[in-house]
Design a binder for this molecule. Sequence first.
Ligand code: CAA
Length: 271
Amino acid sequence: MAEAATGGTGLRFEMDGEIATITLDRPEKRNAQTFGTWSALARIGDELPEHVRVVVIRGEGPSFSSGIDLGMFTQDPGLAQGPGPAEGPGTDSFAAAAAHGDADLQRLIAEAQRGFLWLRRPEIVSIAAVRGHAIGAGFQLALACDLRIVADDVMFCMKEPALGLVPDLTGTKPLVDIVGVPRAIEMCLTARVVGAAEALRLGLAEMAVPANELGQAVQDLTAALLAVDRAAATATKRLLQGAPHRTLEAQAAAERTEQATRIRALFASSK
Ligand code: CAA
């Protein structure tokens, strides 16, 4: 996706070989997100070149993201909103969206969710590099990634229920998968802040580093990920993603299937 195509959406997209970097680029608004941001994310997913293996999501400035643009509550987001679903609700504000029928509203939310779901593809590894605030949609965007590397000043907060909403940008499942239902209820329904030490302890972050070392930590992790054979990495991610939903026997069968493919790919032509 060309840089120009992200114009007005608060995102920057850059590629360097097998690494794609998406930067939330509205630091003056703490990288607040809009429907336009989510449509642009979905388009990046649609158009991601096949050779990309690692996708890094970061925020410009001191905060990863302050979540949804609060202008959505007052009809003044101050940024391109992107198209709604065909003949569907407007996306300028919740008031505009609420005026439409349930099916249109759900299509609008589904389009926003599409911006987050592609980050789980087995062919890529997505990394959220999170410093400062990751509130609401910001927390959910970090949760949409496979891995979270955080700065020691990180502040995760699921603010939606405190604003009368639910977290709907695909964040509830990874949150529960990581911390369990009781802890997720406690975190979401109190809208409290989770800092770096707790995020590490709960498994919400794979690594916490001083803020000025975040970029280097992500680069080091990316280099380590790229050093592994791509087909093996993809098959392994697919296996690991399926593991929570399978019995031990079914998982063992899935391992056999993936390994048979790997063995043939590696050794069939060397006889
Ligand atoms: N939307 C719009 N503007 C925002 C914003 C947001 N979410 N967050 C910050 N800004 C703006 C501020 O209004 C301010 O603008 P001006 O300079 O024009 O006054 C600028 O960004 C800087 O903000 P602060 O001065 O407040 O910066 P800070 O560092 O002191 O505080 C903050 C940062 C804690 C993130 C604070 O700005 C804040 O609490 N923001 C609101 C967070 C929020 O409630 N987000 C909604 C989460 S729920 C969600 O995301 C819903 C969903 O998915 C459905």
